[in-house]
Write a protein that binds this ligand. Sequence first.
Ligand SMILES: [Zn+2]
Length: 112
Amino acid sequence: MIYGGGLESSSITRVQSGSTIDSALRLKVRGLEKKLAKLELKNQVLWELVRDALKITDADLGARMKEIDLRDGVEDGAITTVPLQCPQCNRVSSSQHWKCMYCGMDFEEGFY
Ligand SMILES: [Zn+2]
């Protein structure tokens, strides 16, 4: 596991050890790690089913991942921003904003 163990030995954790916040954060991280592991498994299952059904390869997946990664202009292994079309004024804003840049409509609900 990538994140296991390191958290216990950090100086920040030692300073806060025993606190309610520290315990709550540890529980939250543990829960997120479990969810991530489950998502990784489901993702692998889906990939193998699709790969076998469509006769595509890991190289095809890698090429598409790179293409999608670059849609936000930065090859960083993540989609950091995506264009969002405002349902109120139909103009396009970036997902890094919480509101439409043109009419001010709140994006917090309805897009994700
Ligand atoms: Zn708008």
